[in-house]
Design a protein around this ligand. Structure first.
Ligand code: GDP
Ligand code: IMO
Ligand code: MG
Length: 418
């Protein structure tokens, strides 16, 4: 089995959790390599819905060890709660099933306060972040003043680092922040105790696994157009969400990434602010939101909805080098008379970088015939209505990438493999 990188091809929430859960069946390891609990990855098994934010989506497979890699930013309190939630739901994870990198950076209370205060001060120019402190935590990491998991486990160092951080951030925190070293350190003590058994260096662990011939699944969070370099800057997240990020965020060389699977919905959604060329503001958009249940898995916010955007996916293919795509939520399109697909941006030869240029493109569409049949029970490509097969082939032909997986419902079993 090759090592596979799974990444979102759009603006997140493409169905990565479901695809990773499927691929994890055959994986010895599943590694998160970037992002934090801004992610919300949904798994639906036997009608039971589970949303994970930090724990990798291999959690339901007993033979699979989950790794939170060095590139992730970890809110230790949230991770503790997530472990409790999983245990309550009958999926308790022992340290042989979950490993937390001691090199991962922490999201601490001031990061949440800074994230929320900044969004507030931006007013209607806000990014629409998840408010989880992601950006400020990555800023501290890059600014070389971050606090890592290793320091959480060492109370004396932790106190020093918290004190330094509060002194540094004080002037930028809201006057009523109420953050105080001793109180933060005291609150972190039980969290540290909880996470200590899971925490260890993960780079060596993964290389030992590779040497043994184990296969590794890399689970991306967010999506290509939320990438801090390649996304719709500044309306992006603060990490490298593209496939290349899997190497840096886990400590394996790019040569160990054998296959890249891009996950895309059969239409497009986005949460938060920023340009969205194919966005629908009419009843069709409402319909996609209602039928697709497009509400954020992390914040519950309604997702903006629109047609599939092929120029965007073509650019995602350049940035990630897809070996295959998974086309999810095809079932949501059932019952639409005609389905539009963006095929080009008028007069634009290269994909526009940055939010401003993308906001100005004029989208050119083709319309494809829809299908009326309910496809949720289809399990083979041949079972799909002709128009649905044609839709899939149209996307494949435009991208030059095979759609190896087709999503026809939220459940684990609602997947067509080709
Ligand atoms: P992720 O962040 O990429 O893991 O995606 P989310 O879990 O945030 O959002 C995807 C949503 O679509 C979840 O509610 C999934 O249960 C659901 N979903 C995934 N694949 C399909 C599919 O093929 N059809 C339908 N109807 N729902 C799906
Ligand atoms: P998954 O992994 C969809 C968006 C936020 C906001 C921008 C920056 O479930 O696909 P941040 O909190 O990261 O600083 O917010 O990125 N965003 C996501 N949108 N899915 C996600 O994760 C997201 N994670 C962040 O809405 O626009
Ligand atoms: Mg999500």
């Amino acid at each position: 089995m090759p090592n596979i990188v799974v990444v979102g091809a759009q603006w997140g929430d493409e169905g990565k959790g479901k695809v990773v859960d499927h691929l994890a069946e055959q994986s010895r390891w599943v590694v998160r390599f970037q992002g934090g609990n801004n992610a919300g990855h949904t798994l639906v098994v036997n009608g039971e819905k589970l949303i994970v934010h930090l724990v990798p989506s291999g959690v339901l497979h007993a033979g699979c060890t989950c790794v939170i890699g060095n590139g992730v930013v970890v809110d230790p309190t949230v991770l503790g709660h997530e472990l409790d939630m999983l245990a309550t739901r009958g999926h308790a994870l022992e340290p042989d099933r979950l490993v937390l990198s001691t090199e991962a950076h922490l999201i601490l209370p001031w990061h949440l306060a800074l994230d929320q205060a900044r969004e507030k001060s931006l007013g209607d120019r806000k990014i629409g972040t998840t408010g989880r402190g992601i950006g400020p935590a990555y800023e501290d990491k890059v600014g070389r003043r971050g606090v890592r998991v290793a320091e959480l486990l060492d109370p004396e160092t932790l106190r020093e680092r918290v004190e330094e951080a509060l002194a540094w951030h004080g002037p930028r925190l809201p006057p009523d922040h109420g953050l105080e070293t001793e109180q933060i350190v005291a609150a972190l003590a039980p969290v540290a105790a909880r996470l200590r058994p899971y925490s260890r260096p993960t780079v060596g662990l993964l290389h030992e696994a590779i040497r043994r011939g184990d296969n590794i699944l890399f689970e991306g969070a967010q999506g290509t157009f939320l990438d801090v370099d390649h996304g719709t800057y500044p309306f992006v997240t603060s990490s490298s969400t593209v496939a290349g990020g899997a190497a840096a965020g886990s400590g394996v060389g790019p040569g160990a990434l054998h296959k890249v699977v891009g996950i895309t919905k059969a239409y497009t959604t986005r949460v938060g602010s920023g340009p969205f060329p194919t966005e629908l503001f009419d009843a069709t958009g409402e319909r996609l939101r209602a039928v697709g249940q497009e509400f954020g898995a992390t914040t519950g916010r309604p997702r903006r909805c629109g047609w599939l955007d092929l120029p965007m996916l073509q650019h995602a293919h350049r940035l990630n080098g897809f070996s295959a795509i998974a086309l999810t939520k095809l079932d949501v399109l059932s019952g639409m008379e005609r389905i539009a697909v963006a095929v080009s941006y008028r007069g634009v030869s290269d994909y526009p970088t940055g939010a401003r240029a993308l906001a100005q493109v004029e989208v050119e569409y083709v319309e494809l015939p829809g299908w009326s049949e309910d496809i949720r029970e289809c399990r083979r490509f041949e079972d799909l209505p002709g128009a649905c097969q044609d839709y899939v082939r149209f996307v494949e032909d435009h991208l030059g990438v095979p759609a190896e997986m087709l999503g026809v419902g939220p459940g684990r079993e609602a997947l067509i493999l080709r």
